[in-house]
Design a protein around this ligand. Structure first.
Ligand code: CDP
Ligand code: MG
Length: 136
């Protein structure tokens, strides 16, 4: 049975700054995820704090929100078979040091905070996150 899903991907400031946008997009495309929407934007710290509010009790929350608002990001809607999990597998572990070979974070991540990409972790959160950036 086919299970087409949508998920939200963000290319974070460290990767946009290093001109990795096309390389990362090509990884999605080669792995059967299509890019339905894509826009390069910059968000302010209040918006980043709203986006990451599930992490508000974490010690890294303040730095995380400062970081996501520190420069341009690319937000995308990815679509494909089991897209939420497929994207998470392509991303690799949160800490690039622990990520599998050939994952985006292993290839391009600098550190646990500058780990190049965000991806929704469930279908439910994907819907919320897509709405956050693409509801008009
Ligand atoms: O992004 P992912 O879902 O893999 O990880 P998360 O646990 O949802 O954490 C969100 C983001 O917070 C990570 O991608 C990291 O950028 C950052 N983080 C951090 O800076 N320090 C940590 N110890 C854990 C996460
Ligand atoms: Mg997460």
């Amino acid at each position: 049975m086919s299970n087409i899903e949508r998920t939200l991907s963000i290319i974070k400031p460290d990767a946009v700054e290093r001109n990795l946008v096309e390389k990362i997009k090509n990884i999605f495309l080669k792995n059967n995820l299509s890019i339905k929407e894509s826009k390069k934007i910059r968000i302010n710290k209040d918006e980043a704090s709203e986006f990451y509010k599930v992490h508000q009790s974490k010690p890294f929350y303040n730095e995380l929100c400062s970081y996501l608002s520190s420069g341009p990001i690319v937000v995308m809607i990815l679509e494909g078979e089991n897209a939420v999990l497929a994207n998470r597998k392509l991303m690799g572990s949160t800490n690039p040091k622990d990520a599998d070979e050939n994952t985006i974070r292993k290839l391009y991540g600098i550190s646990i905070d500058k780990n190049s990409v965000h991806g929704s972790d469930s279908v439910e959160n994907a819907k919320k996150e897509i709405d956050f950036f693409f509801k008009n």
